[in-house]
Write a protein that binds this ligand. Structure first.
Ligand code: 8DG
Ligand code: MN
Ligand code: MN
Length: 363
C-alpha cells in the first residue's frame, strides 16, 4: 500500500506582530532573494517597493517548513506579483536572474559599502555614487567632506565590519553596568537589539540604562560617558539630550527615532590576551539609551526589534486599534489616554495581541 503524507496547509497572519518568527527558519534562500531586492529598492529611494519585498520576505521567515512550490503561495498574505515571480524562479532554478544581476551591479555593491559606514544613509551614499565615487579610497582621494561621525566610521571601518559576538556584547553590558552602578546604586542595564532576539552576532550593542526609581536616571549618562573617556575606551561619541514631553502629540510616524537621552559611541573593546605584536583591542559600536522606569517596557519593546517587527506593531496599533505606539508609551486615540504598562506582556495585552517573546520577533 502507499502512504501519502499531506503537508498541513500554511496559515500566516497578515501582520508580522501577530506571528512567531524564529531566528532560524527553513527558507533561507527564498528570504535572501527577496531581502536583496528590498535592499536594492531602498538604495534606489523606492521605499514603498522596498517595504513590499520586506513584507513578503518576512512572511517566508515565519513559515514552519520549506515551501514546496508556488501553489502554496496563494494562501499567503503580502506576496505580490513580483515577489511571486522571484520565488518561482528560485524554487525552480535555485537562483533568480534579477537578484543575481542586482548583486553583481556596481550600484548595489557601492551603495552597500557606503551605507555600511557609520553615519552614512542612503541619501549621502547616493550623492557620492552620482559623483562617481566607488570606494573608501575614492572618498579620501577626492577630499570628500565627511562629518565627524563619518570620519570615525571610515577610520574604524574594518573593525566595525567584524560582527560583535554575544560574549563580547554581554562583556560590554557588564562593564557599563559596573560603571553605572558605581555612579548610581541600583542602576540597571539591559541588552536589547538583536542579541535580545537571540542573535549570536550583531553590528552593534544596544544598551538601555534605567533606575527603579523614576527620575533617578537623570544625570547618569554624562558621568558614565566621562568615565569611559577617562578609561581611554571612547573612540567616538555623540550625545543627544532627552526631548520627551508628555504634552507633545504622540507619534509613531517619525520612524524608529525616539526622544530619549542617548549616546552613540565607538568603543575600544579590550580583547583577551593574544600573542605579541597583535593589537589588544577592536573598535565596536555601542548605543546607550537612558530610559525613565515608567517607559522601560515600551523602550525595551521598541529597541528589541526587529525593525520590521516594530514597524508592524505600530501599524497594527494605528490601523487595527486606533492607538499610537512608540518607545515612550501607548496612546489610545479614541479615549485620549495613555495606557501604562509594567511589562512587555501588558503592552501586547493592551493591543489585544498574543504575547510574542523576543526570540520570536525576528520578523
Ligand atoms: P544588529 O545590531 O544585530 O545588526 O541588529 P539590531 O540590533 O536588530 O538592529 P539595530 O539597528 O541595532 O536596532 C535595534 C533596534 O533598535 C531596532 O528595532 C530599531 C531600534 N532603534 C534604533 N535606533 C533607534 C532609535 O533611535 N529609537 C528607537 N526607538 N529605536 C531605535 O536602532
Ligand atoms: Mn543592534
Ligand atoms: Mn543600534
Amino acid at each position: 500500500h502507499v502512504t501519502v503524507t499531506v503537508e498541513p496547509s500554511l496559515q500566516v497572519a497578515p501582520y508580522a506582530c501577530q506571528r512567531r518568527t524564529p531566528l532560524d527558519h527553513p527558507n533561507p534562500a527564498l528570504v535572501m532573494a527577496l531581502e536583496t531586492l528590498a535592499e536594492a529598492a531602498l538604495f534606489a529611494g523606492e521605499e514603498a517597493r522596498g517595504l513590499a519585498f520586506t513584507r513578503a520576505a518576512s512572511v517566508l521567515r515565519c513559515l514552519p517548513r520549506a515551501l514546496q512550490g508556488t501553489h502554496e503561495l496563494s494562501g499567503l498574505p503580502c506576496i505580490g506579483g513580483h515577489s511571486h515571480r522571484v520565488l518561482q524562479e528560485v524554487l525552480e532554478d535555485g537562483v533568480c536572474a534579477e537578484v543575481e544581476a542586482v548583486k553583481q551591479s556596481e550600484r548595489y555593491q557601492t551603495m552597500k559599502l557606503f551605507t555600511q559606514i557609520f553615519g552614512v544613509g542612503v541619501r549621502t551614499a547616493d550623492c557620492w555614487y552620482r559623483e562617481g565615487l566607488r570606494s573608501l579610497g575614492d572618498l579620501q582621494s577626492h577630499g570628500t567632506r565627511l562629518t565627524r561621525q563619518q570620519q570615525a566610521g571610515v577610520e574604524c571601518f574594518e573593525d566595525l565590519a567584524v560582527p560583535v559576538g554575544r560574549a563580547e556584547a554581554e562583556g560590554l553590558a557588564c562593564l557599563v553596568l559596573d560603571a553605572a552602578a558605581r555612579l548610581l546604586p541600583s542602576a540597571s542595564v539591559t541588552l536589547a537589539g538583536g542579541f535580545r532576539r537571540g542573535k549570536p552576532h550583531g553590528h552593534d550593542v544596544d544598551l538601555l540604562l534605567s533606575h527603579p526609581e523614576e527620575g533617578r536616571e537623570v544625570g547618569l549618562l554624562g558621568p558614565l560617558v566621562a568615565w569611559l573617556e577617562e578609561q581611554g575606551l571612547l573612540l567616538y561619541q555623540h550625545s543627544q539630550h532627552s526631548s520627551y514631553t508628555t504634552t507633545a502629540e504622540p507619534s509613531s510616524s517619525c520612524g524608529p527615532l525616539d526622544r530619549f537621552e542617548r549616546c552613540f559611541t565607538i568603543l575600544r573593546l579590550v580583547l583577551p590576551a593574544t600573542g605579541t605584536g597583535v593589537r589588544a583591542w577592536r573598535a565596536v559600536r555601542l548605543d546607550l539609551v537612558v530610559v525613565p522606569h515608567s517607559q522601560l517596557p515600551f523602550a525595551l519593546l521598541g529597541w528589541t526589534g526587529s525593525r520590521h517587527f516594530e514597524r508592524e506593531l505600530r501599524r497594527f496599533a494605528r490601523h487595527e486599534r486606533e492607538m499610537v505606539l512608540n518607545s515612550h508609551g501607548l496612546y489610545n486615540m479614541r479615549q485620549g489616554t495613555f495606557l501604562p504598562a509594567s511589562s512587555e506582556e501588558e503592552i501586547f495585552q493592551h493591543l489585544g495581541l498574543d504575547y510574542i517573546p523576543p526570540t520570536l520577533r525576528n520578523a
